[in-house]
Structures are given as structure tokens and as C-alpha cells.
Design a protein around this ligand. Sequence first.
Ligand SMILES: [Zn+2]
Length: 160
Amino acid sequence: MSRKITDGLTNQQRYYLRCKNDPDFKKSRNESQKQWRKKNPQKSKDNCKAYYEKNKAKEQERAKIKFQKFKAGGYSDKHRLNQRVNCHKRRIAKECKAPLTTEQWLQILENAGGCCELCGSSEDITIDHIKPIIKGGKHTAKNIQVLCRKCNSSKGAKCG
Ligand SMILES: [Zn+2]
């Protein structure tokens, strides 16, 4: 490969300038490259491989950064959790016209004396759906009772 040094530009810079000034040049160049790759698939493959081997560290670093960015941007634990909570909220809003408000829940809790309605424990209090959501129960004050985690989980999906 011979390199002209009259204008002080590298081949890459010259190519970039020419593409900028002449879009057709880029098109025809891309087209001819495509044709060449079609005619010489093995050579093209070898070139790619050779390039990768030569720039392995650089390419791996680039892939790593890309993956980290991807992970941080789209799939952090917090993001996933938020997504799940929002999905749940949307589903409740869609299925139920008058979802349980915080005030209503506090009232129910007060009525129950802050204790589990089955065993009377005041530990690990949870919101329990009398008719489970999975069986068509609604997330409304009428369908809510106070249960401790133990009673709630032993109840499972039975209608209590
Ligand atoms: Zn209980």
C-alpha cells in the first residue's frame, strides 16, 4: 500500500473527506466492497479474522464496555424491580376500578388491632386478599384482610 504524504493526510482521513464531499463515491465504494466480498467469501472471512486477531485486546475491551453500558442502562437490579412493581401496579389499575388506598389499609389494620385475623400475631403483618387475585379477587378494601406472613403463606391460593 503506497501512501501519499503531499497533503499530510492518512488514507483513512482522505477516504473520509472524499465520502463527505461525494456521497456517490461512498455508495459505489461500498457496492464494490460488497461485490468483492461476494466473490471472495473465504478471503473476506480471513481478513475479518486477521483484523480481529490483530486488534483482539481492543475489540474485547470495546465489547466489555458495551456490555457494561448495556447492563447499567437496561438491566440493573433496581430497574428490573421497578419494572416488576410498575407492571403489577398497571395490572391492578386495569383490573380494578377502586384499588385499595393507603388510608383504607390503615383503617383495616386499625380495625384488626394491628394483628393477624387468624392467629392474633402482630409479627410480619401482610395484606391478604380474601379471594385471591389469581382467582378473580379484587385489590379493594372489601377483599382485604390482615394476616401474618405465616398464615398468609399457609393459606396459599385457597379462598379464606
Ligand atoms: Zn397469623
